[in-house]
Design a protein around this ligand. Structure first.
Ligand code: ADP
Ligand code: MG
Length: 249
């Protein structure tokens, strides 16, 4: 084996996977620029670390399961007045995740609840946190099928090991008592271990009806609101205001 092949093989053994494919480039560039030994090693290590971080980011983003990516830069604070840019900037510092605080966005359809939830989740992924996004419907499905479906079990394990769990669209469809019980158990398991972002079109007063059980609804809300920031969002639907029409394009 020539020396280059041996370097590649050692890179593999040492787990320097990106170096394995970039070593030729590094050597060529060092030869051309007459780079000193220290500088050369530094470049090699730095590029390995950058690549590694990029891969980790990609894999965290994939496992977060966002339905689509929304960024905070795309959010129009002139249109949505019930939350200020200053408040959101504060949330973007993400220290509430370290403190296991929950965020609850309440309000009618189209006011930007999911947009903000995803944008904060995306920032959290970029900052190195493990994040899981799910809709309430899907969550209930996974909770009910985790004993018989490996896919559901894997996703549930993913959720349970996340620092931030986003549960979107709580309250669009009512849940039965068994489902409400499963939801309560999950919220209890995550309580003080992880942060939750909940979006809902129902105010807290509607949660008893949603869960069909006053005691359960109270117990869930008790845990969710123990350490939480609540945002009551109002205003017009962004979707309706900026309705796109194929015929008028
Ligand atoms: P909700 O979850 O409250 O029903 P969404 O967050 O899904 O609403 O918003 C509906 C659509 O409108 C999305 O495409 C979202 O990106 C966009 N949107 C909502 N509010 C704003 C806003 N203030 N600025 C920019 N886009 C917005
Ligand atoms: Mg939504």
């Amino acid at each position: 084996m020539d020396k280059l092949e041996r370097i590649k093989s050692y890179s593999q053994t040492l787990g320097l996977y990106s170096l394995k494919s970039t070593i030729e480039q590094h050597i060529q560039s060092a030869n051309e620029k007459e780079v000193a030994y220290q500088e050369f090693l530094l470049n090699v290590f730095e590029s390995e670390i950058v690549q590694r971080e990029r891969k980790r980011n990609e894999s965290r983003l994939k496992s977060a399961c966002f339905p689509l990516i929304k960024r905070i830069e795309e959010f129009d604070f002139q249109f949505q007045r019930s939350i200020s840019q200053k408040q959101v900037n504060r949330l973007l510092e993400l220290d509430w995740i370290d403190k296991a605080f929950n965020l609850i966005f309440l309000g009618p359809p189209g006011v930007g609840k999911s947009h903000l939830a995803i944008a904060l989740g995306y920032k959290a992924v970029e900052s190195g946190y493990k994040v899981s996004f799910t809709t309430m419907d899907n969550l209930i499905y996974m909770l009910k099928t985790q004993e018989i479906s490996r896919k559901s079990k894997t996703r549930m394990n993913n959720i349970l090991s996340s620092s931030l769990v986003i549960i979107d669209e709580v309250g669009y469809l009512p849940i039965n008592r068994e489902e409400a019980n499963l939801f309560f158990k999950l919220v209890s398991a995550l309580h003080e271990q992880a942060s939750l972002i909940i979006t809902s079109n129902k105010g807290f007063e509607g949660w008893t009806e949603l869960m069909g059980d006053a005691a359960l609804a109270t117990a869930v809300l008790d845990r969710l609101s123990h350490k939480c920031e609540l945002f009551n969002m109002s205003g017009k639907s962004y979707r309706l205001e900026f309705r796109k029409s194929i015929l008028n394009e």
